[in-house]
Design a protein around this ligand. Structure first.
Ligand SMILES: Cc1cc2nc3c(=O)[nH]c(=O)nc-3n(C[C@H](O)[C@H](O)[C@H](O)COP(=O)(O)O)c2cc1C
Length: 200
Protein backbone atom coordinates (compact mmCIF):
# COMPACT_ATOMS: atom_id res chain seq x y z
CA UNK A 1 0.00 0.00 0.00
CA UNK A 2 1.27 3.49 -0.82
CA UNK A 3 0.29 5.96 1.89
CA UNK A 4 0.17 9.76 2.03
CA UNK A 5 1.20 11.48 5.26
CA UNK A 6 -0.87 14.10 7.14
CA UNK A 7 -0.24 15.98 10.37
CA UNK A 8 -1.36 14.13 13.52
CA UNK A 9 -5.13 13.64 13.84
CA UNK A 10 -7.33 10.86 15.22
CA UNK A 11 -8.39 8.32 12.58
CA UNK A 12 -10.36 5.84 14.63
CA UNK A 13 -13.77 6.04 13.03
CA UNK A 14 -16.23 4.51 12.87
CA UNK A 15 -17.48 4.34 16.44
CA UNK A 16 -21.13 5.10 17.13
CA UNK A 17 -22.01 8.72 17.73
CA UNK A 18 -23.94 8.97 21.02
CA UNK A 19 -26.36 11.18 22.93
CA UNK A 20 -25.32 11.77 26.53
CA UNK A 21 -27.90 12.77 29.11
CA UNK A 22 -26.87 14.54 32.31
CA UNK A 23 -28.51 16.32 35.24
CA UNK A 24 -27.47 19.06 37.66
CA UNK A 25 -28.32 19.36 41.35
CA UNK A 26 -31.46 21.42 40.56
CA UNK A 27 -32.82 18.52 38.52
CA UNK A 28 -32.25 20.24 35.15
CA UNK A 29 -31.67 17.61 32.47
CA UNK A 30 -29.59 18.14 29.34
CA UNK A 31 -28.58 16.10 26.29
CA UNK A 32 -25.60 16.56 23.98
CA UNK A 33 -23.95 14.76 21.08
CA UNK A 34 -20.61 13.04 21.52
CA UNK A 35 -18.30 11.52 18.95
CA UNK A 36 -15.13 11.21 21.03
CA UNK A 37 -16.06 8.13 23.04
CA UNK A 38 -14.20 4.87 23.51
CA UNK A 39 -13.90 1.54 25.27
CA UNK A 40 -11.34 1.58 28.08
CA UNK A 41 -11.70 -1.62 30.13
CA UNK A 42 -13.70 -4.87 30.22
CA UNK A 43 -13.67 -5.58 33.99
CA UNK A 44 -14.84 -3.26 35.40
CA UNK A 45 -16.53 -2.05 32.22
CA UNK A 46 -15.15 1.43 31.60
CA UNK A 47 -15.47 3.99 28.86
CA UNK A 48 -13.78 7.28 28.03
CA UNK A 49 -15.60 10.41 26.91
CA UNK A 50 -13.77 13.57 25.83
CA UNK A 51 -15.70 16.72 26.77
CA UNK A 52 -14.83 20.38 26.27
CA UNK A 53 -15.09 22.35 29.55
CA UNK A 54 -17.31 24.99 27.90
CA UNK A 55 -20.19 22.53 27.35
CA UNK A 56 -23.16 22.79 29.71
CA UNK A 57 -23.02 18.99 29.88
CA UNK A 58 -19.47 19.24 31.23
CA UNK A 59 -20.77 21.29 34.17
CA UNK A 60 -23.64 18.89 34.87
CA UNK A 61 -21.50 15.75 34.62
CA UNK A 62 -18.71 17.18 36.77
CA UNK A 63 -21.26 18.24 39.39
CA UNK A 64 -23.19 14.98 39.62
CA UNK A 65 -20.45 12.51 38.61
CA UNK A 66 -23.03 10.63 36.53
CA UNK A 67 -24.32 10.43 32.97
CA UNK A 68 -26.10 8.10 30.58
CA UNK A 69 -24.76 7.17 27.15
CA UNK A 70 -27.70 6.64 24.76
CA UNK A 71 -27.09 5.08 21.33
CA UNK A 72 -29.29 6.71 18.68
CA UNK A 73 -30.46 5.14 15.41
CA UNK A 74 -30.35 6.29 11.80
CA UNK A 75 -33.86 7.76 11.99
CA UNK A 76 -32.66 10.04 14.82
CA UNK A 77 -29.75 11.56 12.88
CA UNK A 78 -31.32 15.03 12.68
CA UNK A 79 -31.86 15.04 16.46
CA UNK A 80 -28.25 13.94 16.96
CA UNK A 81 -27.03 16.83 14.83
CA UNK A 82 -29.27 19.34 16.62
CA UNK A 83 -28.07 18.23 20.06
CA UNK A 84 -24.51 18.74 18.82
CA UNK A 85 -24.94 22.27 17.48
CA UNK A 86 -27.25 23.80 20.10
CA UNK A 87 -26.35 24.24 23.77
CA UNK A 88 -28.64 23.54 26.68
CA UNK A 89 -27.60 26.98 27.93
CA UNK A 90 -29.92 28.52 25.32
CA UNK A 91 -32.64 25.98 24.75
CA UNK A 92 -34.25 22.83 26.18
CA UNK A 93 -33.08 20.26 23.65
CA UNK A 94 -35.05 17.44 25.25
CA UNK A 95 -38.36 19.19 24.62
CA UNK A 96 -37.19 20.71 21.27
CA UNK A 97 -36.52 17.21 19.94
CA UNK A 98 -39.52 15.60 21.64
CA UNK A 99 -37.38 13.09 23.54
CA UNK A 100 -39.15 10.98 26.16
CA UNK A 101 -37.20 10.28 29.31
CA UNK A 102 -37.10 7.06 31.26
CA UNK A 103 -35.86 6.56 34.82
CA UNK A 104 -32.50 4.84 35.10
CA UNK A 105 -31.85 1.89 37.38
CA UNK A 106 -28.76 3.05 39.29
CA UNK A 107 -27.93 6.68 38.49
CA UNK A 108 -30.26 9.62 38.97
CA UNK A 109 -29.82 10.84 35.38
CA UNK A 110 -32.64 9.58 33.14
CA UNK A 111 -32.10 7.82 29.80
CA UNK A 112 -33.70 8.53 26.43
CA UNK A 113 -36.64 6.18 25.91
CA UNK A 114 -36.40 6.26 22.11
CA UNK A 115 -32.79 5.05 21.92
CA UNK A 116 -32.41 1.23 21.78
CA UNK A 117 -29.34 1.08 24.03
CA UNK A 118 -28.47 3.03 27.18
CA UNK A 119 -25.47 2.75 29.52
CA UNK A 120 -25.58 4.21 33.02
CA UNK A 121 -22.17 5.63 33.91
CA UNK A 122 -20.35 6.87 37.00
CA UNK A 123 -17.33 9.13 36.61
CA UNK A 124 -14.12 7.70 38.09
CA UNK A 125 -11.62 10.35 37.02
CA UNK A 126 -11.26 13.44 34.88
CA UNK A 127 -8.02 14.07 33.03
CA UNK A 128 -7.44 17.51 31.47
CA UNK A 129 -5.82 17.02 28.08
CA UNK A 130 -6.06 20.29 26.15
CA UNK A 131 -9.20 21.30 24.28
CA UNK A 132 -11.05 18.40 25.95
CA UNK A 133 -11.02 16.75 29.38
CA UNK A 134 -11.12 12.98 29.36
CA UNK A 135 -13.84 11.49 31.57
CA UNK A 136 -13.11 7.92 32.59
CA UNK A 137 -16.34 6.31 33.73
CA UNK A 138 -17.58 2.94 34.89
CA UNK A 139 -20.67 1.48 33.22
CA UNK A 140 -22.94 0.41 36.06
CA UNK A 141 -25.90 -0.83 34.06
CA UNK A 142 -26.82 -1.43 30.41
CA UNK A 143 -30.30 -1.41 28.88
CA UNK A 144 -30.96 -3.05 25.52
CA UNK A 145 -34.15 -2.96 23.45
CA UNK A 146 -35.75 -6.42 23.54
CA UNK A 147 -35.94 -6.71 19.75
CA UNK A 148 -32.13 -6.74 19.61
CA UNK A 149 -31.81 -9.81 21.85
CA UNK A 150 -32.19 -13.28 20.31
CA UNK A 151 -33.67 -16.35 21.99
CA UNK A 152 -30.20 -17.34 23.28
CA UNK A 153 -29.80 -13.97 24.99
CA UNK A 154 -27.25 -12.74 22.44
CA UNK A 155 -27.34 -9.00 21.77
CA UNK A 156 -27.37 -8.03 18.09
CA UNK A 157 -26.02 -4.47 18.01
CA UNK A 158 -25.64 -4.81 14.25
CA UNK A 159 -29.45 -4.78 14.00
CA UNK A 160 -29.77 -1.52 15.94
CA UNK A 161 -29.22 0.67 12.86
CA UNK A 162 -26.66 2.83 14.68
CA UNK A 163 -24.86 5.79 13.14
CA UNK A 164 -21.33 7.09 13.17
CA UNK A 165 -19.80 10.53 12.72
CA UNK A 166 -16.66 10.67 10.64
CA UNK A 167 -14.87 13.80 9.49
CA UNK A 168 -17.90 16.06 9.23
CA UNK A 169 -20.50 13.54 8.01
CA UNK A 170 -22.96 11.07 9.53
CA UNK A 171 -22.96 7.52 8.15
CA UNK A 172 -24.98 4.40 8.89
CA UNK A 173 -22.98 1.66 10.58
CA UNK A 174 -22.80 -1.39 8.31
CA UNK A 175 -24.81 -4.34 9.58
CA UNK A 176 -23.06 -7.20 7.78
CA UNK A 177 -20.97 -9.49 9.96
CA UNK A 178 -17.54 -10.21 8.50
CA UNK A 179 -16.85 -13.04 10.92
CA UNK A 180 -17.16 -14.06 14.56
CA UNK A 181 -14.55 -13.34 17.24
CA UNK A 182 -11.73 -15.86 16.71
CA UNK A 183 -12.89 -16.97 13.26
CA UNK A 184 -9.40 -16.43 11.85
CA UNK A 185 -8.01 -19.27 13.91
CA UNK A 186 -11.22 -21.28 14.09
CA UNK A 187 -11.12 -21.91 10.34
CA UNK A 188 -7.63 -23.35 10.64
CA UNK A 189 -8.72 -25.62 13.48
CA UNK A 190 -11.76 -26.78 11.51
CA UNK A 191 -9.65 -27.33 8.40
CA UNK A 192 -7.17 -29.36 10.44
CA UNK A 193 -10.03 -31.48 11.79
CA UNK A 194 -11.38 -32.06 8.26
CA UNK A 195 -7.92 -32.98 7.00
CA UNK A 196 -7.46 -35.36 9.93
CA UNK A 197 -10.76 -37.04 9.07
CA UNK A 198 -9.62 -37.36 5.43
CA UNK A 199 -6.34 -38.94 6.58
CA UNK A 200 -8.21 -41.66 8.47
C1 LIG B 1 -21.32 14.78 15.64
C2 LIG B 1 -20.87 15.59 16.81
C3 LIG B 1 -19.98 15.06 17.73
C4 LIG B 1 -19.58 15.81 18.84
N1 LIG B 1 -18.71 15.28 19.74
C5 LIG B 1 -18.34 15.98 20.83
C6 LIG B 1 -17.45 15.42 21.79
O1 LIG B 1 -17.00 14.29 21.68
N2 LIG B 1 -17.11 16.17 22.87
C7 LIG B 1 -17.59 17.45 23.07
O2 LIG B 1 -17.25 18.09 24.06
N3 LIG B 1 -18.44 18.01 22.17
C8 LIG B 1 -18.83 17.30 21.06
N4 LIG B 1 -19.70 17.85 20.16
C9 LIG B 1 -20.19 19.20 20.37
C10 LIG B 1 -21.33 19.29 21.40
O3 LIG B 1 -22.26 18.25 21.22
C11 LIG B 1 -22.00 20.65 21.26
O4 LIG B 1 -21.07 21.69 21.54
C12 LIG B 1 -23.24 20.82 22.10
O5 LIG B 1 -23.93 21.97 21.67
C13 LIG B 1 -22.94 20.95 23.58
O6 LIG B 1 -24.17 21.00 24.24
P1 LIG B 1 -24.34 21.47 25.76
O7 LIG B 1 -23.70 22.83 25.88
O8 LIG B 1 -25.84 21.52 25.91
O9 LIG B 1 -23.68 20.47 26.62
C14 LIG B 1 -20.10 17.11 19.04
C15 LIG B 1 -21.01 17.65 18.11
C16 LIG B 1 -21.40 16.89 17.02
C17 LIG B 1 -22.39 17.46 16.04
Amino acid sequence: MTKKTFKGSVMLNPVPVVLITSMNSNGNINVFTVGWIGTACTKPPMITVAIRPERLSYEYIKESGEFVVNLPTRSQTKKVDYCGVRSGRRTDKISDMGFSLEESEVVSVPMLKDCPIAMECKVKSIIPLGTHDLFLAEILSVHVEENLIDSNGKIHLEKADLITYSHGEYYPLASISLGKFGYSVQKKVERKKINKKKDR
